[in-house]
Structures are given as structure tokens and as C-alpha cells.
Write a protein that binds this ligand. Structure first.
Ligand code: CDP
Ligand code: CDP
Length: 223
């Protein structure tokens, strides 16, 4: 079977990373979580006390930041300059700041180069916001995965609860809406459905149903 590139974009909490990981595992493809790369840089910026509006400072920081995404049986590990930041990059502080870091041209250009390099051999599932519109414009399969904002907030709430973190559902929804707005309204590579992307609304679908739909589309692409 031909090894293709699969791009999965969509708003926060739509299920992109969960689904992308399972599709990749099923096809024996590489999974690349581009959001984790922006989160890793944001985490480093907080540590180095670099302001989120300081594009030149962020660019320099990124040049000195090695980001490794490592797949293992239980999930993905994110290693930054040798430090395991898998958990740390999911903190509320990073989540609240990441869209401000991701807005800069200087940051996005370097991320784009790294992401294209990672995907160059095909056999890859990449998820993010601008994969189908920008990073992998020629991907053989593009998915725009979405769900109602209420359902996405509910999923995040349940996810945090399962980790023992109790949060406020309304606050989570407001945070998600704000991040989606920032990601959709930025000038460079905004969150947007690619013209040739297939929309999957997962509001009433299980993870397995979404995975099966995508695997079916991969089969179609491969004739
Ligand atoms: O998993 P979650 O939906 O919370 O977000 P993520 O995929 O970890 O991405 C975090 C943030 O990184 C997004 O809200 C965007 O601001 C930024 N991002 C981006 O600008 N472009 C990408 N390709 C991926 C993420
Ligand atoms: O990557 P993204 O922000 O789009 O979403 P995610 O982190 O993959 O999924 C957010 C949460 O929703 C996870 O806890 C998933 O298990 C859950 N989920 C679900 O309950 N039903 C789906 N159809 C998809 C995801």
C-alpha cells in the first residue's frame, strides 16, 4: 500500500490527537502532534521569561530549542533539550499562552520547516491547525475534525477529571472559545478548513467511529 500524508486540522478538543494517534498506529505511520511543538516553545518561553509578544526573542529561543516527539506504546513523549515536558506542556499556564506564541511569523516559519522535514518521507499523520492549508498542502487526505463547543468543553472536563483535576465546565468552554478565536483570526496560517478537506463532525461520534471513517477514506485513496 502507498504511504500517504494525512492532515488532520480542527478546533481544540475535537479529538484530533486521540484519533490521529490511533489512525497512525493502525497504519503503522508516524504521528506528529504539531500542537505539542508550539506548546513546547511556549513552555520554554515561560521558563526563560521571554514575553509572548517578543517575536525576535521567541525566534532565537526556538533556534536553541530541540524538540523531539517520541512515540511509545502508551502514547507520545515530548522531550525538549533533553527534558521530558510531556505533562508540563499541558498546564493551564501553557494552554492560556500558546496561541499568543503561535501568532508570530518568525515562529511559524521555523516550525513549518521542522514539520515538513518530519513528514518528508510520507507515511505520516499530522494534526494541528494549518496542516491541510499550509504545512502539507499536497497531503493525499485532509480531514477537518470538529464538534460542538459544548461537547469539546465536556470532553476536556472529563479528561481533566480522569486525571484528578476538577475544573469549571463554563470556564473551560470560555477558554476553548477564546483560543479558537485567536487561532482562527490570526493573520498567518489561521485555523481554517482546506478547500479539499473532508469535514467530520464528531459531536455524536465515538473515537472508534471517527478512526474507522478515516481508515475507510485512506483505503479509498489507495484504491
Ligand atoms: O490539543 P489542543 O486542542 O488543546 O491544542 P494543541 O493541538 O495542543 O495546540 C495548541 C495551540 O498551538 C493551538 O491552540 C494553536 O494556537 C497552536 N497551533 C498552531 O498554531 N498550529 C498548529 N499547527 C498546531 C497548534
Ligand atoms: O487534539 P484535540 O484537542 O482535538 O482533542 P483530543 O485531545 O484528542 O481529545 C479531547 C478529549 O476528547 C480526549 O479525552 C478524548 O478521549 C475525547 N474524545 C471523545 O470523547 N470522543 C471523541 N469522538 C473524540 C475525543
Amino acid at each position: 500500500m502507498r504511504k500517504i500524508q494525512i492532515a488532520i486540522d480542527g478546533p481544540a478538543g475535537a479529538g484530533k490527537s486521540t484519533v490521529a494517534r490511533q489512525v497512525a498506529s493502525n497504519l503503522n505511520y508516524l504521528y506528529i502532534d504539531t500542537g505539542a511543538m508550539f506548546r513546547a516553545l511556549t513552555y520554554e518561553a515561560i521558563k526563560a521569561n521571554i514575553h509572548f509578544s517578543d517575536a525576535a526573542g521567541l525566534k532565537k529561543l526556538l533556534e536553541n530549542t530541540e524538540i523531539h516527539l517520541i512515540q511509545d506504546k502508551v502514547g507520545q513523549k515530548v522531550i525538549v533539550n533533553g527534558e521530558d515536558v510531556t505533562e508540563a506542556i499541558r498546564s493551564q499556564e501553557v494552554t492560556n499562552a500558546v496561541s499568543k506564541v503561535a501568532v508570530h511569523k518568525e515562529v511559524r516559519e521555523e516550525m513549518l520547516t521542522r514539520q515538513r522535514f518530519l513528514a518528508k518521507n510520507g507515511g505520516v499523520v499530522m494534526d494541528g491547525r494549518d496542516i491541510g492549508t499550509c504545512v502539507l498542502k499536497d497531503a493525499a487526505l485532509k480531514i477537518f475534525l470538529t464538534a460542538s463547543v459544548e461537547e469539546r468543553a465536556r470532553r476536556r472536563f472529563e479528561e481533566l477529571l480522569s486525571k484528578g483535576v476538577s475544573t469549571n465546565l463554563d470556564e473551560l468552554q470560555t477558554e476553548i472559545e477564546l483560543r479558537d478565536r485567536q487561532d482562527s483570526e490570526r493573520e498567518i496560517a489561521p485555523l481554517k478548513k482546506a478547500e479539499d478537506a473532508i469535514v467530520i463532525d464528531s459531536t455524536n461520534l465515538s473515537i472508534q467511529e471517527v478512526v474507522n471513517k478515516i481508515l475507510g477514506l485512506v483505503k479509498e485513496r489507495n484504491g
